[in-house]
Design a protein around this ligand. Sequence first.
Ligand SMILES: CCCCCCCCCCCCCCCC(=O)SCCNC(=O)CCNC(=O)[C@H](O)C(C)(C)COP(=O)(O)OP(=O)(O)OC[C@H]1O[C@@H](n2cnc3c(N)ncnc32)[C@H](O)[C@@H]1OP(=O)(O)O
Length: 133
Amino acid sequence: MITKNPYQDNRHTSLRTLAMPADSNPSGDIFGGWLMSQMDIAGGFYARQLSKSRVVTVAVEAMTFHLPVFVGDEVSCYCETERLGRTSIAVHVETWVRRDQLSDDSIKVTEAVYTYVAIDEDRKPIPIKKPES
Ligand SMILES: CCCCCCCCCCCCCCCC(=O)SCCNC(=O)CCNC(=O)[C@H](O)C(C)(C)COP(=O)(O)OP(=O)(O)OC[C@H]1O[C@@H](n2cnc3c(N)ncnc32)[C@H](O)[C@@H]1OP(=O)(O)O
């Protein structure tokens, strides 16, 4: 199902890459684990930028694979803050793919909520400064 990608304006783009043959299973579908890894990196960039500190992933919730990803798909991960805690940030990550390079049509394939914790040099949680509104 092709729908309008609400993130098309690139505001929340945290990662864009290409699904390669080495990322696929013998049937030609892209491994879910590869996608989860890309989404973790995307959410990590987002959380790091927001917290201005090193972050580690503490939990992944509500992982849903809506549709398969194929070799050659342009894969984009988009991030939004789901919840900002004292030392943690929950990031809603959506993954959309584009198959036809000549079209702007995109398909939402995966979404999940990744939670990151800001840490110091001793790997201890540290408070995240609230962004000024
Ligand atoms: C331009 C330059 C570029 C530089 C280039 C940099 C690249 C940058 C991008 C790459 C980004 C890669 C992103 C991947 C990052 C990993 O892959 S990290 C590897 C996998 N993760 C780990 O190894 C983490 C292992 N776990 C831990 O070390 C400890 O559990 C933690 C995370 C430090 C937490 O320690 P803790 O003592 O449990 O802390 P605690 O005070 O109880 O809880 C801290 C917070 O976590 C929350 N929390 C704890 N458990 C949970 C849970 N199960 N669910 C939800 N929240 C939880 C608590 O509620 C609390 O939140 P707040 O209420 O403070 O907001």
